[in-house]
Write a protein that binds this ligand. Structure first.
Ligand SMILES: [Zn+2]
Length: 326
């Protein structure tokens, strides 16, 4: 028979026992609480959810690199994902076309959040009235590409964080900590972009791309933006659009024009040819990421990298100078 003295563990043993017991308890909790499933439409939104949610959430992004959200048609397996999801995050303001209106209706049955619409709302109540750019013939359709203004997209952090916290209240503190870090990173990048764009010689501060994804970018960072094709990619650019754009480039001696990762480069080529017939050579300034992130392992594989990559390409092609982020 063992005496008490024999079985009494030393202090170190007690400490280890404590560690094992608490690890087992945590394991038990983890088994009960699997990561909550979140579906995000665009990469920009998926990235935000991943950064805020950490290991509490499993985020699935529907639209990968090169996928045009304006033209997206849900696949059969998407429906299953929507049904399993504890939260669906989408952009709203018409970016997702038909899928967006379906998700808008689903909102009465399950937790959904139109992230860009909430961000605009948050910006408005923080005193930035007129945060949403209105476009279109009627001048009334909201431009959905809010993420192109990093300072404005920062307003998406709070609503997404609070929805994630509502799904997993046990993760609220961790989400709040991540949100604070992310807000600082967004602010720093916003400043960096503003400075970089300012280095482009003034008359050349013109950004021409195939569609109007960059209106928010232009307003935030003080560069004229000309989309050849309108806000949605479903509208075709006409002959007059191409001629007018070429004339502008010639007049302001703009050295480069840009293609977008999700857009057919045909219209951009047409503008280059039109300018060339006026004797003005226009370089291709490289591929910009408008409506989708780049490949996961590349420089534009997350939202911050996307904005940094776009800015580097724009500034360098138009004759400005980028400094490394401090
Ligand atoms: Zn777009």
């Amino acid at each position: 028979m063992r005496t008490w003295r024999q079985i009494r563990p030393g202090l170190l043993g007690l400490a280890l026992l404590g560690v094992v017991v608490s690890a087992a308890a945590v394991d038990g909790q983890a088994a009960e609480r699997r990561p909550a499933e979140v579906v995000a439409t665009t990469g920009m939104i998926g990235d935000l959810a991943e950064r805020l949610g950490g290991e509490c959430f499993a985020v699935h992004t529907l639209m990968g690199p090169g996928v045009d959200p304006h033209q997206y048609r849900p696949a059969a397996q998407d429906v299953g994902r929507f049904q399993r999801a504890e939260l669906i995050l989408y952009n709203g303001f018409g970016l997702e076309g038909q899928l967006g209106s379906v998700l808008g209706r689903l909102g009465s049955m399950m937790p959904t959040l139109a992230v860009a619409e909430e961000a605009a709302e948050a910006a408005n109540s923080a005193g930035h009235a007129g945060a949403v750019i209105r476009a279109g013939d009627e001048g009334s359709a909201p431009d959905p590409h809010l993420w192109m203004d990093v300072g404005l997209w920062r307003s998406a952090i709070d609503p997404v964080a609070s929805q994630l916290g509502a799904v997993r209240p046990d993760c609220r503190d961790a989400i709040a900590t991540r949100a604070a870090v992310l807000e600082q990173r967004f602010s720093a990048l916003d400043q960096w972009i503003r400075q970089a764009v300012r280095s482009i010689p003034e008359p050349r501060r013109v950004l021409v791309t195939a569609h109007d994804a960059f209106a928010y970018y232009g307003r935030a960072y003080a560069i004229d933006v000309r989309g050849i094709q309108g806000v949605s990619t479903t509208a075709e650019a006409g002959v007059a659009d191409i001629r007018d754009t070429a004339a502008l480039l010639v007049e302001r001696d703009v050295p480069a024009i840009f293609i977008e990762s999700t857009i057919n480069p045909r219209t951009v080529q047409a503008v280059r040819s039109a300018a060339a017939s006026d004797g003005h050579e226009i370089a291709l300034g490289g591929r910009l990421y408008g409506d989708a992130l780049g490949e996961a392992d590349g420089p534009a594989g997350d939202y911050l990298g996307m904005m940094r990559t776009n800015t580097r390409r724009i500034v360098e092609a138009l004759g400005g100078r980028v400094v490394d982020e401090g």
